[in-house]
Design a binder for this molecule. Structure first.
Ligand code: SF4
Length: 386
């Protein structure tokens, strides 16, 4: 384990570069993380093990956070040996863990094929939101987003998505699963890291079903938010499959401006996007949809923009998150001034919509919204299944 210097010695962000233990490249054992309960039963049956062991193993993996079969003490020794011969319980490898002066933690994680993605935890006093990536790079090219400059390498698999949250739980020592939501340091998941989760629908659904299972990580759907840039046809499907909270990267009130900021808008313009949001389960009743709005100087931050935002969102049960733009190297935008952001927020609030201004977190370690990126590139001949 890396040892941290005493607190007084590090005023700036902290980077821990000691890597986590690595599985050898020739280790062909199957990872049990990321299998559904049924897949786990089948894998055990194929290995000649009793399928009822699946329930015990599930609890060891996801409730207790155990990665070593020897620690699964209610399983007979011979069965544990057989498990260790054929399977592993593996997380992604930690390449670096960085800690911001404001407490935000960011992990650069490496997957078995060498590709990398980032995961962030944003702690609050009594909770923490883990921002999870769904892809290495991104197909989309939102012009305010650093990830958008990294072409899609590949989709992450269910084990790689769940594994990000497990790495965060390891880092905070939050095992076994706390029995009350109030005691969780890592209380929420936001699918807002690298990638467009609705372009990796099946794997994201499989991963979040594991996270929600009440015999394991047991995070309720109320504590999970999936953020999309606006893949309209998939919005009803995510409502049916998971019914988690929905967030939308809106960032503009006219198609002209949104076409430039979030190019997927050319395919599914604002009116279509808002119709899909209005039809999202619960959106007309108690549950609010969050609309993310990055404040970009001179681009989308006028009084008229704020009034138009109120007009288009009023029919939806909506909340607006105003995000002071987080710069990254080569970014073509600047953040609006504080005065402008607060005037904008005032107009939106006066219009009857909640519009908190998000305090930037983790900027010193490039962990803030829109700043994530990894060095992974796709091989020229590789194709990505979408
Ligand atoms: S905002 Fe999301 S969808 Fe757009 S480029 Fe960035 S990661 Fe991709």
């Amino acid at each position: 384990m890396a040892t941290l210097p005493p607190k007084s010695m590090h005023q700036g962000p902290l980077q821990i570069t000691e890597p986590s233990p690595r599985r050898g490249r020739n280790d062909l054992r199957r990872n049990l993380v990321g299998l559904s309960r049924d897949e786990l039963k089948t894998a055990l049956a194929e290995a000649g093990l009793e399928p009822f062991r699946a329930r015990q193993i599930w609890q060891w993996i996801y409730w207790h956070g155990v990665a070593d079969f020897d620690a699964m003490t209610n399983i007979a020794k011979r069965a544990r040996e057989r498990l260790a011969e054929l399977f592993v319980v593996a997380r992604p490898e930690i390449v670096t863990e960085q800690r911001s002066v404001d407490g935000t933690r960011k992990w650069l994680l490496r997957f078995p094929d060498g590709n990398e993605a980032e995961t962030v935890n944003i702690p609050e006093e009594d909770r923490g939101s883990v921002c999870v990536s769904s892809q290495v790079g991104c197909t989309l090219t939102c012009t305010f987003c650093h990830t958008g400059t990294q072409p899609l390498v590949r989709n992450l698999t269910p084990d790689e998505i769940v594994g990000q949250f497990m790495v965060a739980r390891d880092s905070y020592g939050e095992w076994p699963t706390p029995t009350a939501d109030a005691t969780r340091m890592l209380s929420n998941i936001v699918m807002m890291g690298m990638g467009e989760p609705l372009y990796n629908f099946d794997n994201v659904v499989a991963a979040l079903r594991i996270v929600m299972d009440d015999q394991g990580i047991a995070l309720s759907r109320r504590r999970i938010t999936l953020s999309t840039s606006g893949v309209v046809p998939m919005i009803p499907r995510i409502g049916e499959a998971l019914d988690v909270n929905l967030a939308v990267s809106l960032h503009a009130v006219s198609d002209d401006v949104r076409d430039a900021l979030v190019p997927i808008n050319r395919k599914w313009p604002i009116a279509e996007l808002l119709r899909a949001c209005a039809d999202y389960p619960g959106a007309r009743n108690s549950r609010r949809i969050t609309f993310e709005y990055a404040m970009l100087k001179g681009i989308n931050d006028s009084d008229a923009d704020a009034r138009e935002l109120v007009r288009i969102l009023t029919p939806i049960h909506a909340k607006v998150n105003l995000i002071p733009f987080n710069p990254w190297p080569g970014a073509p935008y600047e953040c609006s001034s504080n005065n402008r952001i607060h005037r904008f927020a005032e107009i939106v609030n006066d219009g009857g919509l909640s519009a908190p201004v998000r305090t930037p977190r983790g900027r010193d370690i490039a962990a803030a919204c829109g700043q994530l990126k990894s060095e992974s590139v796709r091989g020229r001949r590789e194709k990505v299944a979408l």
